[in-house]
Design a protein around this ligand. Sequence first.
Ligand code: CTP
Length: 397
Amino acid sequence: MWQGRRVVLGVTGGIAAYKCVLLARDLARRGAQVDVVMSRGAAEFVGAVTFEAMTRRPVRSSLWERNGALDHVVLGQHADLIIVAPATAHFLARAAAGIADDLLTSIVLASTAPILIAPAMNDAMFANPATQSNLRRLGSRGWRSVGPAVGELAEGPSERPGRMAEVEEILAHAARLLHAPSALAGRRIVVTAGPTRESIDPVRVLTNRSSGKMGYRLAEAAWQRGASVTLISGPSSELAPVGVDIVRVETTAQMVSAVRESLAGSDVLIMAAAPADYRPLRPRADKLPRSDGGFALELGATEDILLATAADRPADLIAVGFALETGNAIEKGRDKLQRKQLDMIVVNDALEPGAGFDVDTNAVTILDRRGRAERVPLRSKAAVAEAILDAIEKYRE
Ligand code: CTP
């Protein structure tokens, strides 16, 4: 999606300007054509040569340059996206007032490209009603904003927002703005991911090998398409995806409640989690001592989340399940589709190399209630997630 896309990266005068060298590098690495435009203040923090080395393109900083001069304003008119990071209070004030007194403010005033800003400044400056009102004015004109975050500022630690959003976060928001229009934009999507675990005693649990990767990739990809996403996750070492609301649960019973609470107003439910199907009937309050004789553990079934919450689903919600099978996968998948009252099911055969739990790839067949079957051969879980979302978009049509 980044290949050949034209991005103007405006850098204004804040200490976070040095991090935008990495932002420029990552955009260029993804294949974007990056034109860096620096304000005079930015040049106090980082040199133009550094950005030129990262983007392999000339850096602009003045309206009055000999070669090109006023033509540079055109940069913004040809851009697919303008990112201003860091965006200082001064820049926001000038942009909000429509003042065009340097190259960057002239570019944003003359452009119709989507604009993403990453404000960064002293926490008191950010909290000031003047800055807040400027941000609201820019927001009402369609400018998107990411951050600032709470954390260490140049002046020391702070408990108020001021610190620029992380580069990864800016990149994710930028990708969302560049994404081709999707039928899932503006939709509410609930994704479950990972295993659940059930206590045997305070230190031991019963769980399974699910890593959460498939569900996390689905949540990321759905957010990139413009959906608002709630990710209900069992224990997983995957990083929380940018932009996604994450609800962390431990047991299958907790996942049942979280799913139930999230269903009202939702358009799609994707049950990618592998909830524990059994739980110790009498978990111990104290640690079970080791015994050479072993011990017997009495297990009871947990609830089936899809069935337990079926009555809570809005009438037009699309419910998507997963089925991990070992042999006869398609047949068993069709049966689960019916039994769990699903619109669609993504079938895995765990015996296939590269598919299933705890790997970065997957090979699946997507079955739907209307009898359609689509084979998605072995590829990354991120690519499988895109194929699943494409199938959901088609199903909605
Ligand atoms: N699932 C669920 N609640 C459970 C177990 C599974 O909602 N307690 C969901 C999974 O998230 C998945 C689908 O049901 O979307 C199928 O999961 P799977 O483990 O394949 O099915 P089971 O119901 O456990 O059936 P079986 O063990 O008989 O294959």
